[in-house]
Design a protein around this ligand. Structure first.
Ligand code: SF4
Length: 372
């Protein structure tokens, strides 16, 4: 059975952000024709045949997919449509950086079928954006939201980063306020992590930047929960908030354990039993395909233990929660008493925001009790 969800990785970025350790390809000029031709080869090589392949969701992630510009996204969609059919109500998301958004590009994306834009805003403070080595300013992000909406795409998600070093003196409240004022349909939060080998990792090693204390992470996470749920958003996954009816259907498929296909450098795929992922460097991926080879890097079969952990983790990270046995229900009473979780009538345990701050520990605890 062909999966109903497809992820396409577009690796290009204008430059590397200070905190980013993703596998990206920094290019001043994006090789659109080469990239699209390689995607076409991967589709032909890995998904031959002509049986109908219908998608409920298609997601262009990166990297910075908006670097393909209007025409590049149209060409990419055209190539994909040679093999896939988008369901009538399919969700087609494009990750975009604010500086790539213009009335002309949005028009082209809309015409190509894009109906959801995930915008990498991160902050609305120019000083903070410059520190992050982002390529856009605060005004860009605010303008981009209006341009996207005026171009006919009203499903806009904003990414924000929190838990920045105290020395930056960033106002998280102002950023939250601004994100809410812009009227986004969805907001995703990312706690800053310090990765070795990134500019930020080196700054921390040299003592030039302080790491944000855990209390700051917790405080800002809870503050975001408060501000957004008060504004009418559902906190439907540990890091994601949506207006009613605006959850990310593509990401929800991941969190539900659904099968999905992945194309492009470093793209991951899951068929329900096995995961596979492609080689990450762009040139490596492209050369493999040019030689007629599968660009797979590695794969793994989900063991029963992996599956058990994953069931618990995926259930607890979402508002769907996890159905518990009688024995487990009594074991989690202290969590409910502490305000970390609630138990619904159908015996589902659903974490609350303070519980999501303890997601890993609670997952370990429940998984361990299940294996006894
Ligand atoms: S735009 Fe995104 S993928 Fe590209 S360098 Fe910045 S954080 Fe990484």
């Amino acid at each position: 059975m062909l999966p109903r969800h497809l992820y396409v990785h577009v690796p290009f970025c204008a430059r590397r952000c200070a905190y980013c350790d993703f596998s990206i390809a920094v290019r001043a000029v994006v090789p659109v024709a080469d990239y699209v031709a390689a995607v076409k080869r991967e589709l032909q090589l890995r998904f031959p045949g002509s049986e109908r392949w219908e998608l409920d969701t298609l997601y262009f992630g990166g990297g910075t997919p908006s670097r393909l510009s209007g025409d590049g996204v149209q060409r990419l969609v055209d190539v994909l449509r040679e093999r896939v059919v988008l369901a009538a109500d399919a969700e087609l998301t494009l990750e975009a950086n604010p500086e790539d958004v213009s009335p002309a590009t949005v028009r082209a994306w809309h015409t190509a079928g894009v109906n959801r834009i995930s915008l990498g805003a991160q902050s609305f403070d120019d000083r903070v954006l410059a520190w992050m080595h982002r390529t856009h300013g605060a005004a860009h992000a605010a303008n981009a939201v209006s341009i996207v909406r005026e171009g006919g795409i009203d499903n806009v998600s904003l990414d924000l980063i929190f838990a920045l070093p105290s020395s930056l003196d960033r106002s998280w409240e102002l950023d939250l306020e601004q994100a809410l004022t812009l009227g986004a349909a969805h907001i995703s939060l990312y706690g800053l992590t310090i990765e070795r080998g990134t500019p930020l990792g080196r700054w921390v090693e040299r003592g030039q930047v302080d790491e944000s204390p855990e209390e700051r992470y917790e405080e800002e996470f809870l503050r975001a929960h408060e501000a957004m749920t008060t504004a009418g958003f559902e906190h439907y996954e540990v890091s994601n908030f949506a207006r009613p009816g605006r959850r990310s259907r593509h990401n929800w498929a991941y969190w539900s354990g659904a099968a999905y296909a992945g194309i492009g450098p470093s793209a991951h795929e899951f068929d329900g039993d096995r995961r596979r992922w492609n080689v990450a460097p762009y040139e490596h991926w492209r050369r493999r395909l040019a030689n007629g080879e599968d660009p797979v890097d590695d794969s793994e079969e989900l063991t029963p233990e992996n599956r058990a952990t994953e069931t618990v983790y995926l259930g607890l990270r979402t508002a769907r929660g996890l159905r518990l046995s009688e024995r487990e229900l009594s074991a989690v009473t202290p969590w409910v008493d502490a305000g970390w979780a609630s138990v619904e009538d159908d015996a589902r345990l659903v974490l609350r925001a303070p519980g999501w701050l303890r997601l890993d520990a609670l997952t370990r605890s429940l998984t361990a009790s299940r294996s006894l």
